[in-house]
Design a binder for this molecule. Sequence first.
Ligand SMILES: CC(=O)SCCNC(=O)CCNC(=O)[C@H](O)C(C)(C)COP(=O)(O)OP(=O)(O)OC[C@H]1O[C@@H](n2cnc3c(N)ncnc32)[C@H](O)[C@@H]1OP(=O)(O)O
Ligand SMILES: O=C([O-])CC(=O)C(=O)O
Length: 471
Amino acid sequence: MTLLVSRTVRSLLRKTPFSTTGTTTPIGASIRTVTTLQETLAAQVPEKQKKMAELKKSYGSEVIGQVTVDQCIGGARGVKCMLWETSNLDPDEGIRFRGLTIPECQAVLPTYSGKAGDGEPLLESLFWLLLTSEVPTKEQADSLTADLHSRAKLPSHVVPLLNSLPKDMHPMTQFTIGLAACQTESVFAKAYQDGVPKNLYHEYALEDILSVVAKLPEIAATIYRNVYHDGVVSQDTSLDFAGNFCRMLGYNDPSFDELMRLYLCIHTDHEGGNASAHATHLVGSTLSDPFLSYAAGLNALAGPLHGLANQEVLKWIQELKDKFESEGKPVNAETITEFAWDTLNAKKVIPGYGHAVLRKTDPRYTCQREFALKHMPDDELFKVVDTIYEVMPDILKEHGKVANPYPNVDSHSGVLLWHYGFTQYQYYTVLFGVSRAVGGLSQLYWDRALGLPLERPKSVTPEWIWSQVQK
Ligand SMILES: CC(=O)SCCNC(=O)CCNC(=O)[C@H](O)C(C)(C)COP(=O)(O)OP(=O)(O)OC[C@H]1O[C@@H](n2cnc3c(N)ncnc32)[C@H](O)[C@@H]1OP(=O)(O)O
Ligand SMILES: O=C([O-])CC(=O)C(=O)O
């Protein structure tokens, strides 16, 4: 540790990649006593680059899969064609972040109180884990909190731009506009224009990645306060990222802070193939900077088959309640079953159910259910969600089409927010978007550090497929 600390101090005295003055300003605050994120990563990069070169040189021509016509036409399900460092998704077990399941993360990652297991992990802890594959100390997580707070200020043109947007523009549209407008701050884009060599791209990418994650809460909170409240965003930077974000949104309840920590952690990453992560990775592979790359990710997240499903779930539940309450009927297993069949017979999807990879209940659903059992066991909407869970898998099995009849993350997140008075469900996907940046952009760092190339798979025409299958 002593050795590492002195190396940290030495490295702080080098010229930072984004310094325009050539001075020896240290990179952040409170980092002299801990090994910083930047240093941890800098120490890992050469070894990872070496391993990657070795993998390519020794095994580059090994076959790891094949592609069927179904997969080619059917959205590339199961095709192994993307490298993803930060997490892996097992169809039965669900997500592992750098090898750790959600309960394992909850057991080992630093929390707000400082004690692992005492409350939900800090988003900063998970960000550190995803980037470095190491569990940080509380001091390291705190140093990242300080670094993110120090980068949070938006460029002066962004809040006026957000204020000028129509209040009925969807919050996700406003969110991508706000983020794209922050791209004026990209040090990666500037470095590229200045001709920086490619072996240094990842250093500039990291600067942008931290800045994007840091700036998202204020963009998100400005939209929320503008659309639903008075437009005023307050802050409390003595808190962690999630706690401060709750204050910015206008919530001041330690239990809601804990929910936000859980929410932000579990939505970060879901391996690489999901649409928002994939879009970020794809756009980043053109050497578009992290601001623009993640704006692409947000646009993917805004689709109802992906992140927007969380708003659709709440809408579905409200419509269900309205229908049966107006008919003087209770919301129970029987009426939910009736409403589900109405939805399916109208050829619409049941939002929050099914998954492209998972084949069991999403562990992100399970941990949210556990949060509800602990914090709001008697909540009316939680009971509705629980009853939906009792009946829906059998309905979907009987329907006979879905590969996975079980709930995904979006099925539960909304009712937890609703319990705390956060009822503006059109906004819910923005919260998802604040979180997904952490996973998608952690990978983007490694994309640049490992020198991954432009992504450009081969497309084929239907005629070509016919010619192949009829050979
Ligand atoms: C964070 C996330 O992105 S999690 C996913 C959030 N999205 C949702 O909850 C929306 C509802 N779910 C769905 O639409 C799907 O399950 C998806 C998009 C998540 C996965 O899609 P796929 O991998 O194609 O699912 P699957 O192989 O099971 O689809 C087979 C058929 O079942 C249908 N199906 C799948 N899930 C559902 C559902 N929840 N309700 C009704 N039908 C469904 C599909 O539309 C498809 O129908 P088709 O043959 O007429 O085209
Ligand atoms: O993995 C997927 O395809 C969708 C999903 O659950 C996520 O992105 O969180």
